[in-house]
Design a protein. Structure first.
Length: 174
């Protein structure tokens, strides 16, 4: 197990359990993950060093944007999370042409932006849970029918945990 494995697992757990509360981690993680995933799959980057540098730059840029321009950061994170979830669903649906892969990722991204901007807190909870679960499942579960089951279970657990924390915080503020 290499360093990238552990980075993904830690980011997945942080997103799954606290993506709304630590939204800047969620946004930075989405930048990092987008850099690695799209760098490999779409742009064909093969050098681990180049991938990690590109991903780290995107991750840091995401954190900076999150801290200073929250609205834009939420939109970007919504797009990246939505497109990652769409991209992650591809193997479950079937094999597609590169053009169709782009369209599915773009459609997921647009849906992520719209939902995030309309329902910021709830979409942060949903997208960070589903995305965190997708990241963990991608690295831990076998390529079988079990994978979607684990993904759904982790997603639901993340949503429940984050919802409890969110509702508890709202009650304390009132």
């Amino acid at each position: 197990m290499d360093a990238v494995f552990w980075v993904y697992i830690v980011l997945g757990i942080l997103m799954l359990m606290g993506g709304r509360r630590f939204f800047w981690v969620f946004i930075g993680a989405m930048g990092f993950i987008a850099g690695v995933t799209y760098g490999q799959e779409i742009f064909g980057l093969e050098s681990l060093k180049v991938l990690l540098i590109a991903a780290s730059i995107l991750g840091v840029a995401g954190i900076v944007i999150a801290l200073f321009m929250q609205g834009i950061a939420f939109g970007i994170a919504g797009f990246l999370a939505g497109s990652y979830v769409g991209f992650s669903l591809l193997p479950l649906i079937g094999t597609f042409s590169p053009e169709m892969t782009w369209l599915i990722a773009l459609g997921g991204g647009v849906a992520g932006v719209v939902l995030t901007m309309v329902l910021i807190d709830w979409m942060l909870i949903f997208l960070s849970s589903v995305t965190g679960a997708a990241i963990i499942v991608h690295f831990l579960s076998p390529e079988t029918w079990v994978r979607p089951t684990i993904w759904i279970a982790l997603s639901v657990a993340g949503i429940v945990i984050q919802t409890i924390l969110f509702v508890r915080k709202k009650k304390e503020e009132d």
